[in-house]
Write a protein that binds this ligand. Structure first.
Ligand SMILES: C[S@@+](CC[C@H](N)C(=O)[O-])C[C@H]1O[C@@H](n2cnc3c(N)ncnc32)[C@H](O)[C@@H]1O
Length: 447
């Protein structure tokens, strides 16, 4: 006789329980969807007071997925199949609360088992209950083999551990450890509105703890988690949320008033806005993805800044460029995002080794085409939030070998670990991982 869960024709699409929603979200991420694209849909059936909890469950379950998935597999006699696959993700969410959050065992098990009901699989509650209780009983024996394997000890995919180990023999373990710590909130003071000291004074008066960043002139770290929209002057553009290493992009490109500047891969517009904050420039922002364009408009509007926004492919300038060269170009290239895993832990599940080669190829195409649009004597800043040399140093070394009209300018910042360009690695309680190379186009042009 078939059970109710086998008879279900429709895959569960939503639940009114935050653990149920986290399980649905985690399942979708494990099937290839990004958390940022899913988040508002997942929040929708829940009360707004539960959104923070849902977010914690989702980010944490992704962050520790490789470890918790291995435990879940050991606990299950046979895998959940078909529509019931969501229960595998629910088990991971339950394990996250016990193993990582170290929640009270009774409450976490009870609430996770209850969530089976909201997903329409109440008849399978005994399996989730039995697995979580077995985990609590046999934790030590179950975890022991996991600690010897870097994939399950650090909760990263095998291919990434391998690449990081070979690229950064002295730093790979620190990178993996940083990736598992949520990054701090970093603000960029809007220098058009006030000095950093003035804004820090406003934070002090609002009783908000902060410290000044050391890499970027306008950076301020908040010492505790805050609703940023409630920060002093935020709705009117007093500051933006932006990692400190990301703030170096506009500082390194150093736009000058009157210059014609291109931001070639612009959404959501963090660096577009920073460029426009620094000088009165003629700014063009190009972005391929139509659904990412509204965020650029929103950010510019809040900060009361202007730019021309074009939805286009930066690797195909003949389709949109009017032929007038740019004085300065920021190419914040699409990349593996391996420097910002702590802020986007779903990258651990979404990215594949083969993606890297495709990204390197795309970056090369965009770089070559942006170079065509640069004035002789102009400068181009190549940037990625990657820590992989393939996308960074090796990309730039190959470009320099192929061109005799390009020169690399020196960039300095504390923490640089690279010779060609500047590589920052993600650092606990501080900045993300970023790469920068500042290229200038020799006046004797050879295209
Ligand atoms: C690293 S993100 C840019 C972040 C942005 N500079 C900021 O600071 O907010 C890269 C962006 O490039 C866009 N993109 C990818 N391929 C592109 C292409 N061929 N032309 C233009 N934009 C592209 C992606 O959609 C993504 O929004």
């Amino acid at each position: 006789m078939s059970t109710i869960w086998q008879q279900r024709a429709v895959r569960p699409t939503s639940s009114d329980n935050p653990r149920g929603q986290a399980a649905l979200g985690l399942m979708k991420v494990s099937q290839g969807q990004s958390l940022s694209a899913l988040m508002s849909e997942l929040e929708q059936p829940l009360d707004s007071s539960e959104h923070g909890f849902l977010r914690d469950l989702l980010l944490g379950s992704c962050r520790y997925w490789h470890r918790l998935n291995a435990i879940a597999k050991m606990l299950l006699d046979q895998p959940f199949e078909g529509n019931a696959e969501v229960l595998h993700s629910l088990l991971i969410v339950g394990l996250y609360q016990l193993e990582i959050q170290q929640k009270s065992a009774h409450a976490a098990v009870h609430a996770t088992v209850e969530a089976t009901e909201s997903l329409g699989f109440g008849n399978r509650r005994s399996i989730i209950n039995a697995c979580l209780r077995r985990y609590l009983r046999e934790q030590e024996a179950l975890l022991e083999p996991l600690n010897d394997n870097p994939v399950t000890a650090t909760s990263h995919p095998k291919w990434l551990v391998k690449l990081l180990k070979s690229a950064w023999p002295d730093h790979w373990q620190a990178i993996l450890a940083s990736n598992n710590q949520p990054g701090p909130i970093c603000l960029r003071n809007n220098a058009r509105q006030q000095s950093r000291d003035d804004y820090q004074h406003q934070l002090h008066q609002a009783d908000i703890g902060y410290r000044s960043g050391e890499l970027s002139r306008q950076s301020i770290y908040l010492l505790t988690s805050q609703n940023v929209t409630a920060l002093p002057g935020f709705p009117d553009g007093s500051c933006s949320v932006q990692d400190e290493a990301a703030q170096l992009a506009a500082e390194f490109l150093a736009p000058q008033s009157g210059e014609r500047v291109l931001d070639a891969c612009a959404a959501p517009g963090g660096k577009t806005c920073h460029l426009a904050e620094l000088a009165d420039i003629d700014l063009t922002a190009v972005e391929l993805e139509a659904n990412r364009i509204p965020r650029i408009h929103e950010n510019l509007a809040r900060l009361q800044l202007q730019a021309e926004i074009i939805q286009a492919d930066a690797s195909q300038p003949d389709q949109w460029w009017n032929g007038e060269p740019f004085d300065a170009i920021l190419l914040d290239a699409p990349c593996s995002a391996t420097g910002v895993i702590r802020r986007h832990p779903d990258i651990k599940l979404l990215r594949r080794r083969e993606d890297i080669d495709a990204l390197v190829e795309l970056q090369q195409q965009i770089l070559t085409q942006c170079w065509r649009m640069l004035k002789p004597g102009g400068r181009l800043l190549y940037a990625t939030c990657s820590v992989l040399p393939q996308e960074n140093r090796l990309q730039i070394e190959r470009f320099l070998e192929q061109r005799d009209d390009a020169s690399l300018q020196a960039l300095t910042a504390p923490g640089n670990v690279e010779q060609t360009g500047l590589q920052l690695l993600p650092t606990e309680d501080s900045h993300d991982g970023f790469y920068y190379a500042l290229l200038t186009k020799n006046s004797k042009v050879c295209q």
